[in-house]
Write a new protein. Structure first.
Length: 233
């Protein structure tokens, strides 16, 4: 195995890991960049639009990681559309391409669910592999009825204890303020989840509901929303 794939994530980045649906762990792009800059200060990241643009309404961005000698060590692409990300589809494509390229050289590869086929994180929508004839011949296990997903067991006692924590109550109140500031009705669960997914840069199906988030996850989410709303003015 190459040295790049043996990289160990710094402990100070642990609080920024996000736990998605399906118990997958994800390291957002900005923290992969922080890790990369610390470990390889002489390396560089270059991006370019290889197809599309503002006028076309879509963009495919290529990201290239170069070592200290300027030699390319990894490349990755990402495509986004105006329809999916009206506020900045080119920037979104660039972020996704950079995140994928960094994962290819070992920065967060173990936490890059966008490289796990079957996941739908915003960094890279992928299709499931075509099933082989041999695999198709094996009887499939019975699935849950359509429209009735099997839910994980909920520890209601632990949830009640968490929601009585004064700090979590304060965090949820702050989150409600930010959602309202973003022009979203905090009682509209679907709109709230869409807003959270947008600012975290993940698919709406992969983001946890605030009431299911840990204290650290709530703090991270609030920080992301505050930064985004400040940038929007």
């Amino acid at each position: 195995m190459s040295e790049e794939l043996k990289r160990r994530m710094p402990e100070y980045l642990q609080p920024y890991l996000l736990r998605l649906q399906g118990n997958k762990v994800y390291l957002p792009a900005q923290f992969r960049v922080v890790w990369f800059r610390e470990e390889c200060p002489d390396w560089s990241i270059q991006t370019e639009i290889v197809e599309g643009g503002m006028a076309e309404g879509f963009a495919t961005v290529k990201a290239t990681i170069r070592n200290a000698e300027g030699k390319p060590v990894a490349t990755a692409h990402k495509t986004e559309t105006l329809q999916d990300f009206a506020a900045g589809f080119i920037e979104k494509a660039e972020t996704g391409a950079v995140a994928r390229a960094l994962a290819f050289v070992g920065f967060g590869a173990q936490y890059a669910v966008e490289l796990d086929e079957g996941e739908h994180v915003a960094d890279t929508p992928v299709q499931r592999p075509v099933q082989s004839q041999a695999a198709a011949a094996v009887p499939a296990k019975p699935s849950a009825p359509v429209g009735k997903p099997v839910a994980a067991a909920v520890d209601y006692r632990a949830r009640a204890a968490a929601h009585s924590d004064p700090e979590i109550i304060a965090l949820n109140a702050r989150l409600k303020e930010l959602v309202q500031q973003a022009g979203v009705d905090p009682t509209d669960t679907k709109a709230v989840m869409a807003t959270i997914a947008w600012h975290l840069g993940v698919d709406e199906r992969d983001v946890k509901r605030p009431k299911d988030m840990s204290k650290e996850e709530l703090k991270h989410l609030i920080g992301e929303l505050e930064q985004a709303l400040k940038a929007e003015g």
